[in-house]
Write a protein that binds this ligand. Structure first.
Ligand code: PEP
Length: 244
């Protein structure tokens, strides 16, 4: 099973989002693929209405680790579930880098998502400096350990997304070999912390119809988390089909 998750980030107006979701929903998804659409919070209801009873699942881009109360500006897992959200992206590098999210916070959010039966897509990945210094596996290994080590929760539904920061929105995709090497390494880490469990590992970073086939053909790449190329129905459909 391959997972293709479209991360719209902070893009589209509500009307545009509704039209995009409608165009996406028109095409059925082939067996063996789970297609997820993650619009901004404010568009979840509109997009969710278009995707209801279709082959597409609804996802959010972030979530609070808290249930309710005095957390101005936050959105809880329960609120997401009320809108039909099934997946939630956590610890995206933009949130880690721009909003200062720590490994500990990402873990808290992941545990809350699991408790509320949302599927967490936990993002990990090194920046350019770390890769150039040959430290990419140290960085990613630490991020994976931070969420999986000694977890009390059942981690069976966790999805991990390897997104090298230098490849996000830059047009610079990791080569299939680079992506496969790190995803295989993540498989090893998962086995270390959660023996006997296989968690899906996605690749993200300038995935587009032209490179999706080669990436998805790698043995340890179970799907893709896609930003830019998920914002047009046509290219998103091609990603879901796994070819240009
Ligand atoms: C992302 O938003 O997670 C991402 C990988 O973006 P892009 O596909 O635009 O590089």
């Amino acid at each position: 099973m391959k997972i293709i998750a479209g991360n719209w980030k902070m893009n589209t107006g509500i009307e545009e989002a509704g039209k995009l979701a409608q165009a996406i929903a028109e095409k059925p998804v082939k067996d063996g693929v789970r297609a997820v659409v993650c619009p901004p919070f404010t568009h979840l209801q509109t997009v969710g209405a278009q995707l209801k009873d279709t082959d597409y699942a609804l996802g959010a881009q972030n979530m609070s680790p808290y249930d309710d109360g005095a957390y101005t500006g936050e959105i809880s897992a329960k609120m997401l579930k009320e809108l039909g959200v099934a997946y939630v992206i956590l610890g995206h590098s933009e949130r880690r880098e721009i909003m200062g999210e720590t490994d500990a916070l990402v873990r808290e959010k992941m545990e809350k998502a699991l408790k509320e039966d949302l599927v967490p897509i936990v993002c990990v990945g090194e920046n350019l400096e770390q890769r150039e210094a040959g430290k990419e596996k140290d960085v990613v290994g630490k991020q994976v350990a931070a969420v999986l080590e000694n977890a009390a929760a059942d981690l069976s539904s966790v999805v991990i997304a390897y997104e090298p920061i230098w490849a996000i929105g830059t047009g610079k995709t990791a080569s299939a070999e680079q992506a496969e090497e790190m995803c295989a390494f993540i498989y090893e880490q998962v086995e270390k912390f959660v023996p006997g469990k296989t968690l899906p590992v996605l690749y993200g970073g300038s995935v587009k119809p032209e490179n999706v086939e080669e990436l998805l053909a790698q043995p340890h790449i179970d799907g893709a988390l896609v930003g830019g190329a998920s914002l047009k129905a046509d290219s998103y459909h091609k990603l879901v089909e796994g070819r240009a």
